[in-house]
Design a protein around this ligand. Sequence first.
Ligand SMILES: CC(C)(COP(=O)(O)OP(=O)(O)OC[C@H]1O[C@@H](n2cnc3c(N)ncnc32)[C@H](O)[C@@H]1OP(=O)(O)O)[C@@H](O)C(=O)NCCC(=O)NCCS
Length: 172
Amino acid sequence: MVKDEITYRPVSWETVDAQGIPTDLEKTRMMLNACLGHKSLRFIPRKKPFEIVEIRQEWMENNPALAHWIAIDEGSEEVIASTHIGRAIDDEHGKIAFLSVIVSPAFQGKGVGVTLCRLIIEDVLTTEAAVYVFTDMENMGMKKIVDKLASHYLVHGPEDRDGRSKYVVKDR
Ligand SMILES: CC(C)(COP(=O)(O)OP(=O)(O)OC[C@H]1O[C@@H](n2cnc3c(N)ncnc32)[C@H](O)[C@@H]1OP(=O)(O)O)[C@@H](O)C(=O)NCCC(=O)NCCS
């Protein structure tokens, strides 16, 4: 899907490097590292750059994505946002599909986050009964995204979960 010169698509497994890591994941890693230290990242505290071995371990071995969508700026061909729904084990619900999203600071506030979240949720709800979102109560950008999702999906929440907001997103 192309919107305002931004392409939205799943990570491609067709173009990989010598270690078998998709080029898209390497570009995603570069985007994440460029974001470190930005104030919007205060809800995802992390100081150390992501290494490619970590990406391989975390995203390809420990926690393979149920879906992983990216947004690409057509001008620079760089990845400018990424959303991932992985499998997690939750104390209360057991196996869940768990969403995370990050938009490069230069592209925030333009609707990229909400577009990516809609696309990935639509994708994952074809096989999963629900998608779970956990976010800091003060993360107003994420709260706004979930509010917008509620006009397309059934959204339960926010529910206080250990000081974070929990949302459950299902098909209507
Ligand atoms: C949260 C985040 C993904 C939002 O992405 P985004 O592309 O900026 O969001 P959108 O442009 O799609 O915004 C959707 C709505 O939220 C609003 N919004 C975005 N950031 C906001 C903020 N920090 N405070 C208040 N509202 C905000 C937008 O204005 C928009 O509302 P509008 O259409 O009524 O104007 C992005 O800020 C980000 O990457 N943050 C750091 C990582 C993070 O916190 N991820 C979530 C962890 S669960």
